[in-house]
Write a protein that binds this ligand. Structure first.
Ligand code: PLP
Length: 366
């Protein structure tokens, strides 16, 4: 068949091993997954209550324009409804963007390591991918700006960055944006924005007014605890959104997902409680790293990226045997490092106990 040449040798996204598989493989009763940065506390109890009490007519197509959710998000953010584009997760937004803006002959710039879907989708579209190495987990924005030429179409800026957890300070971001030509789209992926506590991070919404080539991307999958519902969205100038909208599949969110996202958005108290618990959990990991002299990057997310000083595939495997699924840095192009989602206090304590044992076994410390 006449496949796109770019698909030669391409692999599907490898998600973390499912809990059931690990249970079977290692004969474990309980397995904790701290590999994909989901909210360990789950979604708002208001969502759970809704799901128990409301029957939805699933024979009817959902509202393709997601009007109710659109109004809720627009009001919450203080933007116009025409400034929003909804996706089946922000993964879908990334696909829409690459379909709309990338093709053979143009290039796209991103940090390394960063979120794999940027380059994966760029590869499928046949665009040139320019990966700019991070410095201590932070985007090298100067080098990224310097890599832009007249064939650059999209620059991806992930803040806070997955997998490193590092957020970009407001002045650094602004200095970068001032250097980017106005015909280059800057996608600011803010999948973890709700967790940010860094004092030099400021509200990014005004950037859309100042730089019409900026598009923000957010999701209900992480802090809002709705990963399985697949709701993400972009915020940008109405003109940018209007260009992207025809590329979107007509019914790319379900009725149920639109409804529960709006309910979750309305429960900011719950969100805040989760973020506070996350801060406490983060301290457990930071203390562990300090105690054992392990390098870690300052995280403004619900995960931590740390250097085990051991083979991270072995660490990954040893933790899995003990009932904890995490991410090995080998899979992310950063050997030695592991990425761990911050769980509940008890989960963190248990995981760190096992990690201590494993790293002792590996001779990292006595
Ligand atoms: C999880 C994640 C996404 C994808 O989120 P969905 O809305 O579930 O598709 C996008 N970007 C980053 C950086 C993420 O970590």
């Amino acid at each position: 068949m006449k496949w796109k040449q770019q698909l030669d040798g391409m692999q599907a996204y490898k998600p973390g091993k499912p809990i059931e598989e690990v249970q079977r493989e290692f004969g474990l009763q309980e397995v904790v997954k701290l590999a994909s940065n989901e909210n360990p506390f789950g979604c708002s109890p208001k969502v759970t209550a809704y799901l128990q009490d409301n029957a939805v007519n699933h024979a009817i197509y959902p509202d393709g324009y997601a009007q109710n959710l659109r109004t809720a998000v627009a009001n919450y953010l203080g933007v116009k409804e025409t400034q929003l584009l909804f996706g089946n997760g922000s993964d879908d937004i990334i696909t829409i963007l690459t379909r709309a803006l990338l093709y053979p002959g143009v290039n796209t710039i991103m940090a390394d390591p960063s979120f794999s879907q940027y380059w994966h989708n760029a590869d499928i579209e046949g665009a040139e991918v320019r990966k700019i190495p991070c410095i201590n987990g932070a985007h090298d924005l100067n080098a990224m700006a310097a890599a832009i030429d007249d064939k650059t179409s999209i620059v991806w800026v992930c803040s806070p960055n997955n997998p490193t957890g590092v957020v970009i300070a407001d002045n650094d971001l602004r200095a970068f944006l001032a250097k980017v030509p106005s015909d280059v789209l800057v996608v600011l992926d803010e999948a973890y924005i709700e967790y940010v506590t860094h004092p030099e991070h400021k509200n990014t919404l005004p950037l859309i007014e100042e730089y019409p080539n900026v598009l923000l991307m957010r999701t209900f999958s992480k802090a809002y605890g709705l990963a399985s519902f697949r709701v993400g969205y972009a915020i940008g100038q109405p003109e940018v959104i209007a260009k992207l909208d025809p590329v979107r599949a007509p019914f790319n969110n379900t009725i149920l997902s639109q409804t529960v996202a709006a309910i979750a958005l309305s429960d900011q108290d719950y969100l805040q409680a989760c973020c506070e618990a996350n801060e406490k959990g983060k301290k457990q990991y930071v203390e562990f790293c300090e105690k054992h002299n392990l390098t870690y990057y300052p995280s403004d997310t619900n995960f931590i990226f740390l250097n085990t000083n051991a083979d991270s595939d072995i660490v990954f495997h040893e933790l899995m045997k003990r009932g904890f699924i995490i991410r090995s840095g080998n899979a992310l192009g950063t050997p030695g490092f592991i990425r761990v989602t911050i769980g509940t206090e008890a989960q963190n304590e248990a995981l760190l106990g096992h990690l201590e044992t494993v790293l002792k076994e590996q001779g990292v410390f006595a």
